[in-house]
Ligand binder design. Structure first.
Ligand SMILES: *[C@@H]1O[C@H](CO)[C@@H](O)[C@H](O)[C@H]1NC(C)=O
Length: 338
């Protein structure tokens, strides 16, 4: 019977859930995953994480070529990025919407995103072993070409919340909120968490993965046999501070909402996000095998090392594209509409 108790010990529930802040690393028009080598890429992105981020990135160990990170967990040299949101004023000019940090994160976090690595369900039901991503792993979620509400509804991991206050959660929609949101708009990206166990990437950056997420951090369904390996449920939250644009006299006269993604798409369906794994050594696996929650995952006695917000904010990458992405612009960088 010895083997049985050993087997049971191996499948004991583990409840690790990481939630942490990363400051903005850069806002510029490159995309090493979808358009490697291109500077500029098609549209503007906001990026957090390690300083190996560049038009071309190694497909092996990212942590070997990074020396700092904008994330609280100092062993995390991954990169996380999404498109950016612009406001389109009644006169047709655009201005980038600033990003502000989640209230519960490390004080001093500058812009950036909240990053989650959770179990199959948000709280505790992690009965399955969570296998950390491997060096060289990368993936995307969503598609800048998505143009119908029908398609957007189907991807339940991609949603918006109209923030009444900085702490509003829930009430997720597949499209941009139709009326001004007093504290801004939160964009949410849940990645697929079932992996084929073989490919670190795939030509479309998605088919090596399968999503059973139901959105809103609800318990996900089991992984299918085609993609049997459960990896951490990765999710991003980005808080877009729309308050300086909430004056309706600047909004379109036809009653439509004025926010557009940097792709030029204005209903919110083209939302997408990218991930390049870069945790040092076995740090992510160590954390997922523990039972820590959130802030308790970092510190001298915890699985992960942390750094201060001033150290996070010192980490930077060079601007590879000489162009203006802020202020009032006549057109979106790289986008010709109509
Ligand atoms: C949001 O933007 C407004 C207007 O620019 C600013 O006064 C406010 O401090 C910002 N809020 C946060 C939480 O950064």
């Amino acid at each position: 019977m010895k083997w049985l108790s050993l087997a049971l010990a191996l499948i004991e529930p583990s409840q690790a859930a990481l939630r942490f802040g990363c400051s903005t690393l850069s806002i510029q028009r490159i995309d090493p995953l979808v358009e490697p080598g291109n500077a500029p890429s098609a549209h503007v992105h906001q990026i957090v994480g390690g300083d190996a981020f560049a038009p071309s990135m190694p497909t092996s160990n990212v942590d070997n070529s990074a020396s700092c990170t904008t994330c609280v967990f100092s062993e995390d040299f991954s990169n996380y990025w999404t498109a950016v949101i612009y406001f389109k004023r009644r006169d047709g000019k655009y201005k980038r919407v600033p990003i502000y940090p989640n209230a519960v994160l490390e004080p001093g976090t500058r812009g950036g995103m909240t990053i989650y690595y959770t179990q199959e369900s948000f709280n505790s039901n992690g009965r399955a072993k969570i296998t950390a991503f491997k060096p060289g792993f990368r993936m995307t979620v969503g598609n800048p070409q998505t143009s119908t509400r029908e398609e957007a509804v189907q991807n339940s991991g991609l949603r918006y919340t109209c923030l009444q206050t900085i702490l509003t959660r829930g009430s997720e929609t597949p499209d941009f909120p139709k009326a001004p949101c007093p504290a801004g708009i939160m964009a949410i990206h849940h990645f697929p968490a079932c992996w084929d166990g073989k490919n670190l990437d795939s030509p479309d950056h998605q088919s090596h993965m399968y999503s059973t997420t139901k959105g809103g951090f609800q318990p996900a369904g089991p992984c299918p046999s085609s993609h049997p390996v459960r990896v951490p449920q990765l999710a991003y939250e980005t808080m877009w501070n729309t308050t300086e644009f909430n004056d309706k006299s600047m909004w379109p006269t036809d009653g439509s909402q004025p926010f557009v993604w940097s792709t030029g798409e204005g209903r919110g369906y083209s939302t997408h996000a990218d991930y390049v794994f870069g945790w040092k050594g076995d740090s992510l696996q160590r954390a997922m095998d523990s039972s820590c929650m959130f802030q308790a995952c970092g510190g001298p006695r915890a699985p992960l090392r942390t750094q201060s917000s001033s150290e996070m904010n010192k980490c930077a990458v060079k601007n590879f594209v000489a162009e203006e992405t802020d202020g009032w612009l006549d057109e979106l960088p790289g986008i010709r509409l109509g």
